[in-house]
Design a protein around this ligand. Structure first.
Ligand code: HEM
Length: 127
C-alpha cells in the first residue's frame, strides 16, 4: 500500500507524528496485553522507532531506514506473539492516538484505514 507523499506535510509534519506516537505509547504503558510484550523497561526507544517508521511511510524524513535499514516489519515482529488479542489491543491504543491527533476527518479516516490494514498484516498467530 503506497500512500500519497504529501500526507506528512498536509497534517502538519513532525509535531503531529510526535503527538500521535506519544499518545499511543501512553496507552501501551497502561495496557495489560501489550506492555509485557515490550522487551525494554523504557518504552522511549520503541516510541522513537515507531515514530520514525510512520513519518517515513507517510512521506516525511527517511530517518527510519537510515538508522534501521529496510523496515521488514513482519520479520521484526516475529519474536513476539501477535494474535487477534494483541492486534485488537494494539488497535485499541492506536484508536485513542488517532482520535486525539487533531486531524480533519478525511486524514483521520485515511490514517485509521492504514492502521487497521497494517495491524492485520502483522498477525503471526491464530490465538
Ligand atoms: C516494534 C508489537 C503492530 C510498527 C514492535 C515491538 C513490539 C511490537 C513488541 C518491539 C518494540 C521495540 O521496538 O523495541 C506490536 C504488536 C502489534 C504491532 C503487538 C499488533 C498488531 C505494528 C504495526 C506497525 C508496527 C501495525 C506499523 C504500522 C513497529 C515498528 C517497530 C515495532 C516500526 C520497530 C521495528 C524496529 O525497527 O526494530 N512492535 N506491533 N507495529 N513495531 Fe510493532
Amino acid at each position: 500500500m503506497t500512500e500519497p507523499q504529501n500526507f506528512y506535510a498536509e497534517v502538519g509534519g513532525a509535531p503531529v507524528f510526535e503527538k500521535l506516537v506519544r499518545r499511543f505509547y501512553e496507552q501501551v504503558a497502561e495496557d495489560e496485553v501489550l506492555r509485557p510484550l515490550y522487551p525494554e523497561e523504557d518504552l522511549g526507544p520503541a516510541e522513537v522507532r515507531l515514530r520514525m517508521f510512520l513519518e517515513q511511510y507517510w512521506g516525511g524524513p527517511r530517518t527510519y531506514s537510515d538508522q534501521r535499514g529496510h523496515p521488514r516489519l513482519r520479520m521484526r515482529h516475529a519474536p513476539f506473539k501477535v494474535g487477534p488479542i494483541e492486534r485488537d489491543a494494539w488497535l485499541r491504543c492506536m484508536r485513542v492516538a488517532v482520535d486525539d491527533a487533531g486531524l480533519d476527518d478525511a486524514h483521520r479516516d485515511q490514517l485509521w484505514q492504514y492502521m487497521t490494514y497494517a495491524a492485520a498484516s502483522m498477525v503471526n498467530s491464530n490465538f
